[in-house]
Design a protein around this ligand. Structure first.
Ligand SMILES: *Cc1c(COP(=O)(O)O)cnc(C)c1O
Length: 388
């Protein structure tokens, strides 16, 4: 018998948490940690937010699941709110980021077939991350995610990120869409030029392609706007969200303009759990709490503050190459081996993440206080001092 019955698909740190509140987590021995990861940009409202807990508990006592065979009034309510916040018209509810992206990929292929393109192609980026299902891992620009799972799904063309000319070069008669993250998260908190999204919008308009934004990580206020594309003042055709949408309750969504949404008519796409009354209660509570607490503006402000504090602390170290990001999605690129950082930070009572090997990624909850931001900057500075 193995010592664990859980498959070893994850590399886990030696800690388990028993409870949490706001930006604080408490482990099974009662030790406290300051959480600058939020379960990877999921618990944006902090842990165990009372309004989300109350919405989940009261909805669970009434009705958990019916089926999309029937009407789900809460989908209409939440859909209208998401439409108002995003400027898009329609929503398809799913259960994860990968599933929301699968829906977007299927939608783009429908456009191709409506145009009698036999093998429609979607343009995707190097360094991207879109999920771990077969189509989304194919769309992902990281060989480590793909290796060993071939054959991959056809119909994707990959180009460098933040390179508008590359989009023109790769275009063919079969191109139907561009799928891109407004800021690459897993890829290393890579921020493109300010004109990049607007440039993509223009290209897609000229050629009749869909601009599909993966906002699974950047969405829901993380970057100091409800959606990161709002910084660029554009309206995409399709947007996917998930991570923070339910503050930890698993739920994803694909938002689309009316004309894009029409490509997926009745019977073309479905998922059993999508948009359950329980999931919708969670999302409704998240959206209300975000507005009541003004968390989008607060993410922008606290993000600027944390970035400035990081510049003054870790930014002084010669090994630190760049501090970048928007709102409370920040990356610190370091010219050093960071493999020891996460365990060391854990011992120090701080949860941080390392991605793309050399980038410390900070995704604290949007309710972070300035005092907690100070602790993150000073804690990281101390840890880098120990490590480098
Ligand atoms: C996390 C993530 C996904 C995948 O979401 P899952 O819920 O893990 O399937 C997709 N795209 C981006 C940008 C992400 O950060």
């Amino acid at each position: 018998m193995p010592s664990s019955h859980v498959m070893e698909t994850y590399k886990r740190l030696p800690v388990a948490f028993a409870s949490g509140s706001g930006a604080t987590l408490v482990d099974t021995d009662g030790r406290e940690y300051l959480d600058a990861v939020s379960g990877i940009a999921v618990c944006n409202l902090g842990h165990a937010h009372p309004a989300v807990t109350e919405a989940l508990c009261s909805q669970a006592g009434r009705l958990v699941h019916t089926s999309n065979l029937y009407g789900v009034p809460l989908q209409e309510e939440v859909g209208a709110e998401l439409g108002r916040l995003s400027g898009l018209d329609r929503v398809f509810f799913a259960n994860s980021g990968a599933e929301a992206n699968e829906a977007a990929i299927k939608l783009a292929r429908r456009l191709g077939h409506a145009r009698e393109i036999e093998r429609p192609e979607i343009v995707v980026m190097q360094g991207s991350f879109h999920g771990r299902t077969m189509a989304t891992l194919t769309a992902t620009g990281n060989r480590r995610v793909q290796a060993g799972f071939e054959p991959l799904v056809p119909g994707f063309k990959r180009i460098p990120y933040n390179d508008l000319e590359a989009v023109e070069r790769v275009a063919s008669e079969s191109t139907v869409a561009v799928l891109v993250e407004p800021i690459q998260g897993e890829g290393g908190v890579t921020v493109p030029d300010a004109e990049y999204l607007a440039g993509l919008r223009r290209l897609c308009d000229d050629r009749g392609w869909l601009l599909m934004l993966d906002e699974v990580q950047t969405g829901m206020g993380r970057t100091g706007a409800w959606f990161a594309y709002q910084h660029a003042g554009i309206r995409p055709d399709v947007v996917t969200v998930a991570k923070a949408l339910g503050n930890g309750f698993p739920v994803g969504a694909m938002l689309a303009t009316e004309s894009a949404a029409e490509l997926l008519g009745p019977g073309t796409h479905a998922t059993t759990f999508g948009g359950s009354p329980l999931a919708m209660a969670a999302v409704g509570a998240v959206l209300r709490a975000m507005e009541e607490e003004g968390l989008v503006a607060r993410a922008a402000e606290t993000g600027d503050y944390l970035k400035a504090r990081l510049e003054e602390t870790v930014g002084r170290r010669p090994e630190v190459r760049e501090i970048r990001g928007k709102g409370l999605m920040l990356g610190i690129e370091v010219d050093a081996d960071l493999s020891g950082l996460m365990p060391k930070a854990l011992e120090h009572g701080l949860l941080v993440n390392v991605t793309a090997e050399r980038v410390i990624r900070l995704l604290p909850p949007l309710i972070l206080t300035r005092e907690q931001a100070d602790r993150i900057a000073e804690g990281l500075d101390y840890l880098l001092g120990e490590l480098l």
